[in-house]
Design a protein around this ligand. Structure first.
Ligand SMILES: [Cu+2]
Length: 162
């Protein structure tokens, strides 16, 4: 492939990713592309994902989340325990100054329980995130059949110790 063709295909990939993207600001916190994977109607729970960036000089932390579509929303983290991937509830998620924290399949996520119903691909639902310093912000979660191409899934799975 010629260099020019190669560059062109990169541009198209980036443009394709941006077309679906939506993002929000809460104080110094930037929230990129909140999304949720469409689940079968009988699934007992769902999960929401996004990327948090702290553009400020002070540390902040995500304290919790809530949504009208679920009776309960918890911050969860996946971790390897005895060779198995297990998820557990975490009370807060720290975001240091200048840091990025990825909420991705296999890493941090907002777990939604007691759903009124499972959302379908193409739908959106509101999710309110509560930060210690940035306060509350309500974002729209895009329900998708598949993970967004731009999702840093591998990165999130490999480096979630921070
Ligand atoms: Cu979970």
């Amino acid at each position: 492939m010629s260099l020019k063709k190669c560059l062109l295909s990169v541009v198209f990939l980036v443009a394709g990713g941006l077309a679906q993207a939506h993002s929000y600001e809460a104080g110094a916190i930037h929230i990129d592309h909140p999304w949720s994977r469409a689940m079968p109607p009988t699934a007992p729970a769902a999960a929401a994902y996004f990327v948090l960036q702290n553009t400020g000089a002070e540390a902040d932390r995500l304290l919790g989340a809530s949504t009208p579509v679920a009776g309960k929303a918890e911050l969860h983290e996946h971790a390897h325990v005895d060779g198995l991937m297990k998820m557990h509830h975490v009370p807060v998620v720290d975001i240091g100054p200048g840091e990025q924290v990825d909420f991705v399949p296999g890493g941090y996520h907002v777990m939604l329980f007691e759903l009124s119903r499972q959302m379908q691909a193409g739908e959106r639902f509101p999710l309110t995130l509560r930060f210690e310093k940035a306060g509350e912000v309500t974002v729209e979660v895009a329900v998708q059949a598949d993970a967004p191409q731009s999702a840093p899934a591998q990165h999130g799975m490999m480096h979630h110790a921070h």
